[in-house]
Design a binder for this molecule. Structure first.
Ligand SMILES: *Cc1c(COP(=O)(O)O)cnc(C)c1O
Length: 498
């Protein structure tokens, strides 16, 4: 594609950015999200894609979105990201289990799907800074429900010209997730547990991004903020790649005929992963239904059922903490699209969400959601899915993937739709050892996560990933905690040390 693709803000039709500018900024002015002006079409035939490795597929997809990167720049970013940090050359292998196809997105450095995008984002960001002659140091502010934090830390640690600050809910992540983060090495990293939940952490970070006074203060000190959360287009686009790659692999293995529809089931929190699948579909990939799977925080299920998004409800801590989310940030991009790319309307919905905690879309908009199916899994159903799939097929899945597997079963029962289905498998079971083992057998209920690693190895026949061995004995390097209201001061304190 020769012409440059621009990005627009979901909340201001005047704001326009190149890909590299959008990646640098993370968030648009006044809290809007950057969206591509137009979704490009895949321009490589499937038979060619089927013969490509992950890296070449990544290039074919990303070049359509990141048009102001040169071929050399983009290929360098891709080579630096998808290398031996992944424990398989396939990068994202597919496992066929009980008639479903599990796309394993957890073979990267931190054993969750966030690695798929966060291993490339630092390279995209540094390249973007150079292209735009930015001399400030880039400060990544990140709120995490558990997996983003570690994946972002791993991506940015030691990357010159960047600092990264991660806020996580002190009591809202798994012990292994916490240990992964607080053992992070790197002078340029800071990890802080907040006394609050993920939504509060995310809101706090968004407020700092939107604070012009703070931005000026930071600029004077030689810093500028950017985001590693899935609101950054530099994270969303790399996630489109694995849907294209998966489809091509399914064709290659003879599991799909070229052009045959494939459904996709995605365990959903911030709506980033499933939105990437939606974009892949809009690029022309033959995706049928997009099955959106929630845990007991089922805001999205209610939204698809009623057209009303309502976060006024109890926040539930579940065994799938990375999906314990009441405000799914990336949904705004879908809202913008089904509102006819109307920034004014989108801004009104988001203002209503901010002020009243809810908004309702029009019947015309709701009519455009037919490609989606939403449902949710209770904690019991999630545990039953882990137990059932292990019992019948010997395959052990993590609780997030289990939410998807349980919802897929409900979808099958309800619709009888026999379309081949790809299930996004978003974390290694080793990241949630205790809850996985306790789902299989109650006798493991009170044992600590680390103690159960060996037993999970015996049970699953899959060796524990390197990431687990490494953190077992690693020293804790981060002990900071703060109140939700104190996040700003923490940021200033860390940067003041320069
Ligand atoms: C982040 C995450 C999810 C949710 O993905 P979204 O893009 O936020 O919808 C699901 N599972 C795991 C393991 C995750 O880390």
């Amino acid at each position: 594609m020769d012409e440059d693709m621009f990005y627009r803000s979901t909340r201001n039709s005047e704001e326009k950015a190149t890909a590299s500018q959008a990646i640098l900024k993370g968030l648009a002015e006044n809290g809007g999200l950057f969206v591509p002006e137009e979704i490009p079409s895949l321009d490589v035939p499937m038979e060619k894609l089927a013969d490509m490795g992950y890296q070449d597929t990544a290039y074919e997809v990303m070049k359509l979105f990141f048009t102001d990167f040169t071929e050399e720049e983009l290929k360098r970013c891709i080579q630096n990201a998808y290398d031996s940090k992944f424990d398989t050359q396939e990068i994202a292998p597919i496992r066929k289990v009980q008639g479903a196809y599990y796309l394993e997105l957890f073979h990267g450095a931190t054993i969750a799907f966030k690695d798929m995008a966060l291993s490339i984002l630092p390279h995209l960001l540094i390249t973007s800074a150079k292209k735009n002659h930015v001399d400030n140091e880039i400060v990544i502010l990140t709120a995490t429900s558990g997996d983003t934090g570690k994946a972002a830390l791993a991506g940015f640690a030691g990357v010159e010209g960047t600092k990264i600050i991660v806020f996580y809910p002190k009591d809202g992540v798994s012990p292994i997730q916490e240990k992964q983060m607080v053992t992070q090495k790197g002078e340029n990293t800071l990890v802080v547990g907040i006394h609050g939940n993920f939504d509060q952490a995310q809101t706090g970070v968004k407020e700092m991004f939107a604070d012009k006074g703070l931005a000026e203060e930071m600029a004077a000190a030689g810093y500028q903020f950017s985001s590693a959360n899935s609101i950054n287009i530099g994270r969303l686009v790399p996630q489109i790649v694995y849907y294209v790659y998966a489809y091509a692999q399914m064709v290659k293995k003879g599991w799909l005929k070229d052009g045959e529809a494939m459904n996709v089931t995605v365990p959903t929190g911030n709506f980033g992963n499933i939105l990437a699948a939606y974009y892949a579909k809009n690029m022309g990939l033959p995706i049928g239904k997009l099955v959106c799977a929630s845990n007991e925080n089922k805001v999205l299920y209610d939204f698809f059922a009623t057209g009303i998004y309502d976060k006024n409800r109890e926040f539930i801590l579940t065994s799938s903490p990375s999906m314990d989310i009441l405000v799914s940030s990336n949904l705004e991009r879908l809202i913008y699209q089904i509102a006819g790319e109307d920034a004014q309307k989108t801004r009104e919905f988001m203002a209503s969400l901010q002020e009243e905690g809810k908004y309702g879309i029009t019947p015309g908009m709701k009519g455009q959601l037919e490609g989606f199916y939403g449902n949710y899994a209770t904690e019991e159903e999630t545990a039953a899915a882990i137990r059932g799939i292990y019992g019948e097929a010997g395959y052990v899945i993590d609780p997030h993937t289990a939410v998807a597997a349980a919802v897929y079963q409900k979808y099958l029962k309800e619709t009888g739709d026999s379309t081949k289905t790809l299930i996004a498998s978003t974390a290694s079971p080793y990241k949630f050892t205790r809850s996985v083992m306790a789902s299989i057998d109650g006798k493991y209920q009170d044992r600590p996560d680390f103690e159960l690693v060996g037993e999970l190895e015996d049970l699953s026949g899959v060796k524990a990933p390197k990431a687990i061995e490494e953190i077992r004995s690693a020293p804790v390097l981060h002990r900071a905690e703060c109140e939700v209201s104190g996040m700003r001061d923490v940021v200033k304190g860390f940067l003041g040390k320069r």
